[in-house]
Design a protein around this ligand. Structure first.
Ligand SMILES: [Zn+2]
Length: 240
């Protein structure tokens, strides 16, 4: 199986998701390929971020594929982000609460850089008005050639609206109740749902060991969706 939404790095309140932890856990969980970004971006000098990325890629023996997490500060430092592309990336990640205006020039420049490099963009979505799924409708429409992943798909009704209007838009399942995946399926959108977990960010929210959380999520998803749609969102949809 694959996972589109994994993190290494420093996280709120002093947690650290080391490359070792991620690499070992993903192996234990049999995740054959995972796409990750560094939550240290913006908190640590970029050379530290770079070291984390390089060591996770190396340790994972090709299972870990990096997304470049981009902050507005990085764009101010470099209009084309070139200094940050020290290696190939599989996509870029934008967290709306880091000072992005969902309609602003900066986010549009970032998405256009992704488009120029044929990379998808993952946008964090949440209940806050500047990063609700609906706040990105215009952006997703304007960049219809860029694959855009609405991480978490929140709120779900807005995520559905954006996905229906924009065939270039996907949703990931990080922290998404399995019932919401069912709703996406009923809306005819299952082919654009990607398995993502935000592993190991659940360490911040729950006491349960993150690998146990992950296994529970898998069995819940298989029970509720069935094997074939589980395979679809954890495997087939990644090939699109
Ligand atoms: Zn995340």
């Amino acid at each position: 199986m694959k996972d589109i939404h994994i993190h290494t790095g420093n996280f709120n309140g002093g947690l650290y998701f080391s490359p070792e932890e991620i690499s070992l856990s993903m192996k234990a969980l049999n995740v054959e390929r995972y796409y990750f970004s560094s939550t240290s971006t913006g908190n640590l000098p970029f050379r530290e971020v770079r070291r984390e990325i390089e060591s996770l890629v190396e340790m994972s023996h090709g299972r870990a594929i990096p997304f470049l997490w981009v902050s507005p500060g990085m764009l101010r430092h470099s209009r084309d982000l070139r200094p940050y592309f020290f290696r190939d990336f599989a996509g870029i990640k934008i967290h709306g609460l880091q000072g992005w205006n969902p309609h602003g020039k900066e986010i549009r420049r970032a998405v256009s850089i992704a488009g120029d490099n044929n990379l998808p963009v993952m946008l964090h979505t949440g209940e806050h008005e500047i990063c609700r799924a609906g706040a990105y409708l215009r952006l997703c429409r304007e960049f219809g050639d860029v694959r855009i992943i609405l991480a978490h798909g929140r709120p779900l009704d807005e995520c559905i609206t954006v996905m229906k209007e924009c065939p270039n838009v996907y949703a990931d399942t990080a922290f998404m109740p399995v019932n919401n995946i069912l709703i996406l399926r009923n809306e005819g959108l299952i082919e654009r749902v990607l398995w993502g977990t935000d592993f190991p960010v659940m360490r911040y929210f729950y006491d349960i060991p993150p690998e146990d959380y992950y296994r529970q999520k898998i069995s819940e998803a298989i029970n509720i969706l069935g094997e074939s749609d589980f395979t679809r969102i954890t495997q087939e949809n990644f090939n699109a």
